[in-house]
Design a protein around this ligand. Structure first.
Ligand code: ATP
Ligand code: MG
Length: 448
């Protein structure tokens, strides 16, 4: 019998319910993660006690009222929240997402039957050990995502499960069982009924998973339901000697080449989304993609907004897409200009994206080209840690200094500051206060 190390607080809650004659288990993700030797984020409990009975037994406040109707009590104990849900079956599903009603049941097996995948349909307590009606433990050991019951029906009940299957496969490096995978492809359109917020939160987790490459390749049709803009990328032949792969295959490899961080992986996913519409063929039959980064930025913006990403994410990812093909020469001046576009915060990500992109082209690279990114990185570090300026913020003078010189016109102040920055970036002036003030006076006099 496997031993799962339940935290003391969870053990206490379970035993209080048991002492009052109810059955209670740790259930779902926490059992799965424990068997995988991963520390669970949270511990959910399921019980035969009705919600009010749970509250009466534990004598702890229910801190989130609206779960009660679905049988969930959220109590706070020793600084942590715990969801305690009455065993239930789900009534008929409306809108492929929510059950129209839930029915409380006495048997844990019925509760496990409504859960999405065998690896999530596990329950445990110290007295009875692992409750595993659907071979979830074996699927965990073999690394398989498999629906509980009929896969088509389970996805039709709740389309979000399609994204959840991809997310778990990516996160754990698991394989999706063939009947479950076939049902995913067949039912992918159901994702159209799922809210943008839920889609994007699953997409984020999918992208940062260890197995994102395989999942994105195998399920590109599914992703294309939630992001139709990727459809032209799939199989798009670049007809260019610098690219061995079609746009989608290259994209997936670029995603896999970036460190597993949300912003970077989103940027990698979208970096070439402008390519199909930018494609031109020259007289030699070679493909070109002029301005694809600009078009890509626009498409990225549209997609991320539709998926209701927050403004900061939209701005950062779009900016990375816009600049992904911007390769400065290895001179300080060019590097400062490059940094002036990314600002203080995004240049490391941009370099990681560019390197990932470069290494995903599938063609042999020269040593010089391979060394480029390391040299560029070193130059960026040098510039970023020097006294020089590539943003207005780093300039040794600011608006107030110019006002102190007697320059009152706001527009002129703005113009002078950008001209000073331009000179510092170009290297014609050093970023020192006195030098810049002198130049400011000169420009102001010229302006009068
Ligand atoms: P995570 O590590 O992301 O929290 P999780 O499996 O715990 O993964 P939750 O969304 O917290 O996911 O759900 C807890 C449990 O509830 C799942 O393990 C599963 O048993 C069940 N569950 C969650 N969402 C669904 C769903 N859409 N359909 C069926 N069962 C679900
Ligand atoms: Mg969970």
């Amino acid at each position: 019998m496997p031993f799962i190390d339940i935290p003391e607080s969870v053990r206490y809650l379970i035993s209080r319910l048991q002492q009052n004659g109810y059955r209670a288990y740790a259930v779902g993700g926490c059992v799965r993660d424990s068997l995988l030797q991963k520390t669970p984020d949270d511990w959910d409990i399921c019980t035969s006690a009705l919600p009010q009975q749970t509250l009466d037994t534990l004598q702890m406040p229910n801190i989130i009222e609206n779960g009660l109707r679905h049988g969930t009590v959220t109590i706070r104990y020793q600084g942590q929240n715990y969801e305690i849900t009455t065993f239930r079956t789900d009534g008929a599903y409306v809108d492929n997402r929510r059950p129209s009603s839930v029915t409380f049941v006495a048997d844990v097996k019925e509760d496990l039957l409504r859960r999405d995948f065998t690896i999530n349909a596990l329950a445990y307590n110290d007295q009875e050990g692992l409750i595993d009606y659907f071979n979830g433990r074996e699927d965990l050991q073999q690394g398989i995502i498999r629906c509980v019951g009929n896969a088509d029906e389970r996805f039709q009940e709740d389309g979000l499960r399609i994204m959840r299957a991809l997310r778990f496969a990516s996160r754990f490096g698991f394989h999706i069982a063939s009947d479950t995978a076939a049902a995913i492809h067949r039912n992918a359109e159901l994702l159209k009924n799922i809210s943008a917020e839920r889609i994007h939160s699953e997409l984020d987790k999918l992208l940062i998973g260890q197995n994102a490459e395989a999942v994105l390749s195998e399920f590109s049709d599914v992703l294309a339901v939630v992001i139709p803009e990727i459809t032209p990328m799939i199989g798009f032949d670049q007809r260019n000697p610098h690219h061995a792969f079609d746009v989608w295959t290259h994209t997936v490899k670029a995603v896999a080449n970036t460190p597993p961080e949300r912003i970077l992986r989103l940027a990698a996913l979208f970096h070439d989304i402008g390519k199909p519409s930018a494609f031109t063929l020259d007289e030699k039959g070679v493909g070109h993609f002029k301005r694809h980064a600009f078009l890509g930025e626009e498409i990225t913006h549209t997609v991320l907004r539709r998926l209701r990403y927050d403004n900061r994410t939209i701005a950062q990812v779009s900016q990375l897409v816009l600049l992904h093909d911007d390769h400065p020469s290895l001179k300080n001046k060019s590097v400062r200009r490059f940094l002036s576009k990314t600002g203080e915060n995004l240049w490391r990500e941009l370099l990681q994206l560019q390197k990932a992109d470069f290494n995903a082209k599938g063609v042999p690279v020269t040593e010089e080209a391979a060394a480029y990114f390391d040299k560029l990185y070193a130059l960026c570090v040098e510039e970023a840690s020097s006294q020089t300026a590539y943003t207005l913020k780093r300039l040794a003078v600011n608006g107030k200094d110019l006002i102190a010189l007697g320059i009152k016109d706001g527009m002129l102040i703005g113009q002078i500051l950008s001209e000073l920055l331009e000179c510092v970036i170009e290297g014609t002036l050093t970023n020192e206060r006195e030098i810049l003030l002198e130049k400011a006076r000169e420009i102001a006099a010229r302006g009068r």
